[in-house]
Design a protein around this ligand. Structure first.
Ligand SMILES: [Zn+2]
Length: 172
């Protein structure tokens, strides 16, 4: 596939504000296709939808769904992971972006990298974007965010006061 017309012909376009579902192949929940302008690599359909609508995806960022519906390619439902509320919403629902096989769950991070990840999450980058940027599985990012690991590295300002107050009061 190499034209915008061919791409959108594979999309079940409904109302402007509804989810537009990909009618082609699905992998790990996401629409996928071979997109010739990107050198025939398998691409996620919602990323191509972003590309066709808004232009290049900045390096290291993920295209995320407002609607939490992976096969949706409605450009109005997509964002680049800069909205904290949607990130938190996705995490609460346990949505797990496609984690590639080469990602190593035992990858060693440095404290500096963990600090960067916390900082990125606090800036509103979605966990998928952070996982991609650091080449680690999404659930590791999630654990770092929830302080299940790396507790000694700078605390995450997303949920600061509550955490600290309870800590200083000696509650468990
Ligand atoms: Zn949608």
């Amino acid at each position: 596939m190499n034209t915008a017309e061919a791409f959108w012909a594979r999309v079940n376009r409904g109302e402007p504000l509804s989810c537009w579902l990909w009618k082609g192949a699905i992998s790990a929940g996401y629409g996928t296709l071979q997109w010739k302008p990107s050198g025939l690599r398998i691409q996620k359909a919602h990323r191509v939808a972003w590309l066709l609508t808004y232009g290049e995806i900045p390096h290291g960022l993920s295209v995320c769904h407002h609607c939490d519906n992976p096969p949706c390619v409605n450009p109005q439902h997509l964002f680049l992971g800069t909205q904290r509320d949607n990130m938190q919403d996705a995490r609460r629902k346990g949505r797990r972006p496609n984690v590639k096989g080469q990602a190593n769950p035992n990858a060693q991070l440095t404290e500096l990298e963990v600090g960067y990840i916390r900082e990125g999450l606090s800036e509103g980058y979605c966990p998928a974007a952070m996982a991609r940027a650091f080449g680690i599985p999404w659930h590791i990012v999630s654990k770092i965010d929830r302080r299940r690991t790396w507790r000694h590295v700078a605390w995450n300002p997303i949920r600061p006061v509550d955490f600290n107050l309870r800590w200083s009061r000696g509650a468990r």
